[in-house]
Design a protein around this ligand. Structure first.
Ligand code: ADP
Length: 941
């Protein structure tokens, strides 16, 4: 290729059209030449236009930045330096075109054209636009630096702080990071290049938090997960995002130009957003910035996610470690050689070493006696890779206090991530307590059942002893208090050889001050644990009469003294003794106390049942007693009402039970003290006379009452009788007395007939007197059973005829007597005197109670081997209500109803009794005003 020189105009054409800007500058700063590319770099159309601008104006069109983005002094520009140094100079120059703020970067090479004197007259600047490269480089650097920041920190907030410092002001004028924390938005970082505006930004955020504004870009991004870019934050965009005027005003003051919001997203989870904005720099974000922001956000999110994961892992490791160390179960790890790798505190304690002392030792070194059991188990786990759950009690060696300890262990293989078994893990739980609790429950349940099946205190005591020995103790004694003395009611020794010795110990303790621990336990009602029986106690027993040698032979070394308490009352004492020193502890004391508690309840029940039995007997007596008995509580409410009370009053129990006595027993003299009160009440069948006695007791009053109605009626009859009889006797006596006096008088001359009449009166009235007296005597003999009858063959008609004949002697004229008797006269089995007396009574009554007169019939009617005797009148008659009572002794119908006819009320009583003695029954048919018929039957003879 030839290289012929080109003409100046051709050169101009070339220069004008190259891509790089080319200018020629004079020492005074003015341009001698500028091609179009140079003009375009500065926002002008053509080189000529650029040349036309004065130097000062040219500089005002843009702000120059150095490589770090800081403002550059004009002297530092390569062209200026070339004038001074007279050597070619070069450098990267950034410049922001004013006023729209577009930032551009150029690589500038300035070559001085020296004059002959060596001065630089002209500098040729070749300006190569490196904006794109610069931006790419800048991004790469940012990404790089942020990577370092993220890698260095595991603290999220610090990471974002560092990120903000990297981005502001290099990429943006401000940066805000929001993180979702427990569902709410937390502003982690807010950073602005201008502190004043940062404050403004904080105010803005505080007053208009994004999560309360769905239109806010942050809210939008959180909702969609898509980045958000506003290249040109003009008024319209601000109005869209602003909630109200004031919000808008704040945006304006922020001088917002452009902004970006990108999501912080890791493993599909939105963690928050990064917001970047420009203001005073006038920078407009481009899609390239958006990509950069997204990349940064992605890395940030990843870093945070890692930090969170790390934190979580740290935490869970810490938790696991804490768990391991402080777990109440023993946990241990062994390597394949069965050497301890690690054990926790609990397992260390079980083995009696510190955790550190375990590490590196072999299993056998630590748990020698268990090794024969454990080593095969461990080997099996290593070989099979299968876990083993082992429930055997593996601590026979730990036979402290005579008790086995129990463990529940499981062994499992420990794998690496790729499945290789590198050792064994084990979880070991002591279940001694649980076993003990189980045993305890079983014992108590058994005891409860045993106790509940007996209702005898001593039997229960024996059962307690049997439950306690030998499971809980070697010996057991039960004492029960009786009259201030603790009396032994049961004692059992596990060793039968000792039983006799145990029985030889004192069998009672008087509850006096000096009677020592046993009495103390009883008095205080609190149990006593003698872990190891001291010589003090032995001395005390000796003082109380125990033979020390005997006690030695029994060999009690550990002792429990437990009061037997029921319903707050101490009934006695339970002692449990063990031959093993230190055998008993608080657990056993608790168990003993519970056992005694159950025994107490059973004993108390036995006592109650005894009481109930006695009570039941009393109640039974009340059931059968003839007296009415009822009980009221202190409020006067009836709590007991015996059957007699119900029978007498006619008030059934259900009507009065639980009711106040004064409400049902209205007329009763309930509150009138303990002296018997006799009073009438309205009964079911008329008036009742009751006698009531009261007895107070602490919880109320018991009343007893009896029905005096009959007694009272008898009393009444008796007093009536006295007056009747006096009257009945006085009448004939007066007549006899009158007649006798008349006969005696010497001044009165009586003829024979008159004398005979007087004597007849005397004889007749005497007979009447005698009859009354006879009746009274006969009635009382019949009463006492002294009167008997002699049954014989009696001619009924003949006897009846005689009775009627006798009656005729004093028969009122208005009465007509008649005998109706079959022929031949029937013979009856009767006492003739008795039968006559009965017929006389009945016929006399028939005449007496027929004041108007009328026919009186005596009928004898044989039927069915018997003869019916009937005396019929047409007289006053008897009300039905009195049909029974007229046969009672002394009973007389109200004289007003019987028209004042005299009598003693004995006639029918005597008749009934005589007929009954002859094997018959007397009855009456009668209606007032229509007459009466008295009848009875006697067997034919
Ligand atoms: P008294 O001596 O009163 O007659 P009784 O025992 O013979 O005693 O009779 C008892 C009561 O029976 C009499 O008071 C009378 O009221 C009544 N009574 C007895 N017999 C008759 C009769 N036939 N008609 C009417 N009332 C009679």
């Amino acid at each position: 290729m030839s290289s012929a020189p080109i003409a100046a105009n051709q050169l101009d054409v070339v220069l004008r059209n190259v891509a790089d800007g080319i200018t020629a500058q004079r020492a005074d700063g003015s341009l001698a030449y500028a091609n179009n590319a140079a003009a375009r770099l500065l926002g002008l159309e053509s080189g000529d236009e650029l040349i036309g601008l004065p130097g000062s104006e040219l500089l005002q069109r843009f702000r120059i930045l150095d490589e770090d983005g800081e403002q550059m002094a004009p002297d530092e520009l390569p062209n200026r330096r070339a004038f001074v140094s007279r050597r070619p100079e070069e450098g990267v120059v950034g410049y922001t075109l004013l006023p729209d703020g577009e930032e551009r970067w150029s690589f500038v090479r300035s070559t001085p054209i020296l004059s002959d004197t060596g001065d630089a007259e002209l500098v040729i600047n070749v300006i190569h636009d490196v904006t794109a490269e610069r931006a790419a480089h800048e991004r790469a650097r940012l990404v790089d630096e942020t990577g370092a920041v993220f890698a260095a920190s595991i603290d999220t907030d610090a990471t974002f702080d560092a990120l903000a410092k990297l981005l502001v002001p290099r990429l943006a004028d401000y940066c805000i990071v929001d993180m979702i924390d427990d569902g709410t938005l937390r502003q982690v970082v807010i950073s602005h290049r201008d502190p004043e505006r940062e404050q403004l930004l904080r105010d803005l955020r505080r007053r208009y938090p994004p999560d309360e504004n769905p239109a806010h870009p942050v809210s939008q991004v959180l909702e969609t997960g898509e980045p958000y870019l506003v290249e040109d934050a003009r008024e319209a965009a601000l109005v869209r995002a602003a909630v109200d005027e004031e919000h808008l005003e704040l945006y304006r003051r922020l001088d917002a130009t452009s902004y970006i919001v990108v999501p912080l997203e890791a493993r599909g989870r939105l963690l928050g957003t990064i917001s970047l904005g420009t203001g005073e720099s006038r920078r407009q974000f481009t899609n390239a910035d958006l990509s950069l922001a997204r990349e940064l956000a992605r890395r940030a999110a990843l870093a945070i996610d890692n930090a969170l994961l790390f934190e979580a892992a740290q935490q869970s490791y810490a938790q696991l470690n804490t768990l391991l160390v402080s777990a109440p179960v023993g946990i241990g790890f062994w390597d394949r050689d069965l050497r301890f790798v690690r054990v926790n505190d609990a397992l260390a304690a079980i083995n009696g070493l510190t955790p550190e002392e375990h590490v590196g030792r072999e299993l056998g070194e630590v748990v020698g006696d268990l090794a024969p059991v454990l080593v095969p188990l461990y080997r099996r786990v290593l070989e099979t890779g299968e876990p083993i759950v082992h429930t055997e009690s593996t601590a026979d060696a730990a036979l402290q206090r005579g008790e086995r300890r129990h463990w529940l262990s499981s062994y499992y293989p420990v794998h690496t991530a790729d499945g290789e078994v590198i050792g064994i893990g084990s979880v070991i739980m002591e279940i001694t307590d649980r076993k003990r609790a189980d045993d305890r429950l079983r014992l108590l349940a058994e005891a409860g059942e045993l106790f509940s099946t007996s209702l005898e205190q001593d039997e229960i005591a024996t059962r307690i002893a049997q439950v306690g020995v030998p499971r809980l103790a070697h010996t057991c004694n039960v004492y029960v208090v009786r009259d201030d003395v603790l009396v032994r009611v049961a004692c059992v020794a596990a060793d039968s050889a000792v039983q006799g010795v145990l029985e030889s110990l004192p069998s009672s303790f008087a509850l006096q001050e000096e009677s020592g621990q046993i009495a103390n336990v009883f008095r205080r009602g609190e149990p006593l644990l003698l872990r190891t029986v001291s010589s003090d106690y032995l001395e005390e027993l000796e003082r109380l009469g125990a033979d020390r040698e005997a006690f030695e032979r029994i060999g009690t070394r550990s002792l429990l003294l437990v009061p037997i308490v029921a319903r707050g009352e101490t009934l006695g004492i339970l002692t449990l003794g063990s031959r093993i020193a230190d055998r008993f502890d608080e657990h056993d004391l608790d168990l003993g106390t519970e056992l005694a508690g159950r025994a107490g309840v059973a004993m108390e029940n036995a006592r109650l049942v005894g009481e109930l039995r006695r009570g039941a007997q009393a109640a039974q007596a009340l059931e059968f007693v003839g007296d009415g008995v009822f009980l009221v509580d202190r409020d006067g409410v009836i709590l007991l009402w015996n059957p007699a009370a119900a029978r007498i009053t006619g008030l059934p129990e259900h009507q009065v039970f639980g009711v106040r006595a004064d409400a049902v027993l209205t007329d009763w003299p309930l509150g009138q003290g303990e002296r018997p009160q006799t009073f009438p009440v309205e009964g079911r069948d008329g008036e009742l006379w009751l006698s009531l006695t009261a007895a107070e007791f602490p919880h109320g009053t018991v009343y007893a009452f009896r029905d005096l109605t009959e007694e009272r009626a008898v009393e009444q009859l008796k007093s009536d009788f006295v007056s009747t009889v006096s009257h009945e006797l006085r009448t004939p006596l007066a007549a006899i007395y009158g007649a006798a006096m008349t006969l005696q008088r010497s001044d009165v001359d009586l003829n024979e007939a008159q004398e005979a009449g007087m004597l007849e009166v005397i004889a007749g009235e005497s007979e009447r007197l005698a009859r009354i007296v006879n009746d009274i005597l006969l009635a009382s003999r019949l009463d006492s059973g002294a009167a008997t009858v002699e049954i014989g063959r009696t001619n009924a008609a003949e006897l009846a005829r005689g009775v009627l004949a006798a009656a005729k002697a004093h028969l009122p004229a208005t009465i007509e007597l008649a005998l109706i008797a079959p022929e031949p006269s029937p013979q009856v089995a009767a006492d003739p005197d008795g039968l006559r007396q009965v017929l006389v009574n009945l016929v006399e009554n028939a005449i007496k109670y027929s004041p108007e007169g009328g026919r009186v019939e005596l009928e004898l009617a044989p039927s069915d081997g018997r003869v019916r005797f009937a005396v019929r009148d047409r007289g006053l008659g008897i009300p039905a209500s009195e049909h029974e009572r007229i046969f009672e002794k002394f009973f007389r119908i109200d004289p007003n109803l019987s028209r004042g006819v005299g009598g003693t009320g004995l006639g029918l009583y005597i008749s009934r009794e005589i007929v009954r003695r002859m094997g018959g029954r007397i009855r009456v048919e009668s209606e007032p005003g229509r007459g009466s018929t008295f009848s009875f039957e006697l067997p034919l003879a």
